[in-house]
Write a protein that binds this ligand. Sequence first.
Ligand code: BGC
Length: 765
Amino acid sequence: MKRLYSIVSLLTVFLSVVLFGSCRNQATEDAQMRAFVDKLMAQMTLEEKLGQLNLPVGGDIVTGEARSSHSAEAIRQGKVGGLFNLKGAAAIRDVQRIAVEQSRLGIPLLFGMDVIHGYETVFPLPLALSCSWDLQAIERSAQIAAREATADGICWTFSPMVDICHDGRWGRISEGSGEDPYLGSRIAEAMVKGYQGASLSDKETMMACVKHFALYGAVEAGREYNNVYPDDYHAFNEYMQPYKAAVDAGAGSVMAAFNTVHGVPSMGNKWLLTDLLREQWGFDGFVVSDYTSVRHMAENGVNFSLEDGAIQCLEAGLDMDMVSEGFVALANAVREGRCSRQAVDDACRRILEAKYKLGLFDDPYLYCDPTRREAVILCDEHRAEARRIAGECMVLLKNENELLPLQRKGTIALIGPLADARNNMAGTWSVAAVPGRYKTVKEGLEDALRGTGARLLYAKGSNLMYDARMEAIATIFGHEMRDSRSDAAMRQEALSIARKADIIIAAMGEASEMSGECASRVNLEMPDAQHDLLVELSNLGKPIVLVHFAGRPTVLNWETEHLPVILESWFSGSETGDAIADVLFGEVNPSGKLTVQLPRHVGQYPFSYRQMRTSRPNEGGEFAKYSTCYADVSSKPLYPFGYGLSYTHFAYSDFYLTDSVMPLDGSVEVHVTITNTGSRAGAEVVQLYIGDRQARGVRPYRELRGFERIELAAGESREVVFTLNAERMGYYEPADLKWTLEAGDIEVMVGANSRDTQMRLLHVL
Ligand code: BGC
């Protein structure tokens, strides 16, 4: 006993030394940074300070021309704090040199970019990545993105996008992690860790920028750039947690959203940017506006001039102005006392501190090492990781008679406008992608079948849709894929190869730009030309595997009713071709689970599995007079949140709580055993939900509060244990929005998705 006691004491001393030591080191480093920035700011003119707050787009700067461009002149005059979306270490080095060698104080620039789901090695869309529920893989994807982007001069990414969304009409649902704030928070932390690593001044890490603060995912009617109206109770319980989780994980910057919060535009909202973000949450990085949004203050009708809008934003706590050039022009306003000098100093300090943390004052060319590109960008190791991770993100929605995995034999007809559409593989928001170096689905399948004796036939079969004008919108940004042949000729070709085949693989769905920014839509069904082709193919009576492309939840009623297999492949990034082949032929056993439920009708939106209790409940979702329901469609999803099949099967057993009673300050364990009852190895995402029956604020019938992704060999069993306590089960109560758990009954549920769960009751006293 005595011995144990001395070991414990020794450990305590050791831990205190380490912890205290690291706090002291941090404090010393912070003091050094402050002293450095104080000294620098003492030498800066007002114009130079305002210059640090200016973030123009790098568009007019091209290597070689940089010296004569408008931006280059502004950089020389100290009127630029950073640039974004300029690609290439050589180009960036060239521009950095202007700042460092030709501006009066030689302050280095920040170089930012929308590195959203990878760089040249592109990972699945964020929505798809979230379907892996694999936090390590997600962190790794961000780490690889940082390794590649920093080898090309970038030190700051406008990611992660952590906006929770309950509306598939909004195109930007593709950029987030789905509909759940608990899962969204864990993913936000993983992304920040992946980008920023252990030290921001490491040349392989970059600064994260959490966006879009706040509530952008709640845009009314799913229409892009629209207003948002959640009240504070729902804002905090449904939307705010991932932003906070990212801030707690140490994110260096935050981007203010386009939308208003409490009726005030986010970029000019003092409550949001100062009271909540800095004072309550303790955020110590800087806040950047979204693209031209300081100018939007006038469009919103809140301010009538760019100057008035810029003053409101700066004083609200916005530090950097993306593209509007409103902050950089504030010198007179400051001199005339219309804008506070303190606000300018605070913002300038935060930006200089970010540059300091990134190591740019020690070495402005830290991220411009020309030798790294060759070794790092799109290297075999990164591509292999992207392929592996892409395989984890696809969601097997239906697999009748275990048609998948396919055998490598016979004749396979590959049909559809997405089958050989190289420019579409990476998915929306892949600014640095090099599509010419990625395989199509057709090439992936050809490689997988080479030397096997199986025959692959291919026909495009249809355009994306009949209407050429709509297709032009769907393939904006030069991803055109329209075929000049007639619809009938394309269809005939497809039907004729399908007749020769034993099985049909249909690669269909959305083109990449049908989701993403400003891609809101109200028709989420399979585009008409592809739907008609699918109908004709299914009339042939041959088995059809639908490999579905989408950047959002879509409506798949007809497909579910008529096709034996549906694989939701989303947009899987640079390795799409191989990753799809891996899943279809069983090299990879699918394990992705939906992080947005799929609706039966677009009219169900806004729609989430986190259905709040109502006074007129309706369990089954079918019509029942005077209950919450629709008369013409079930109110349940077609595929629930958390759902996804595997090529094996998992059984849940021995589910129990260590106690059915828990004091408010206590904890209980939840135990459940999972067995792989099939004949091949696979991964399962074990999900834990709670349903708080007796809280002061109305709570959802079920909400995710834990999950674990486990890999099990055929026949293997594993016990998974979750710990529940007040912290884990709390919510922001309606009176003071404090994270709280109240006494009462709580349903504790575990299962393979949000619908198919077992329940035990927990009494909290
Ligand atoms: C988007 C941001 C993006 C920015 C810079 C804006 O339109 O809303 O998410 O980071 O552009 O490209």
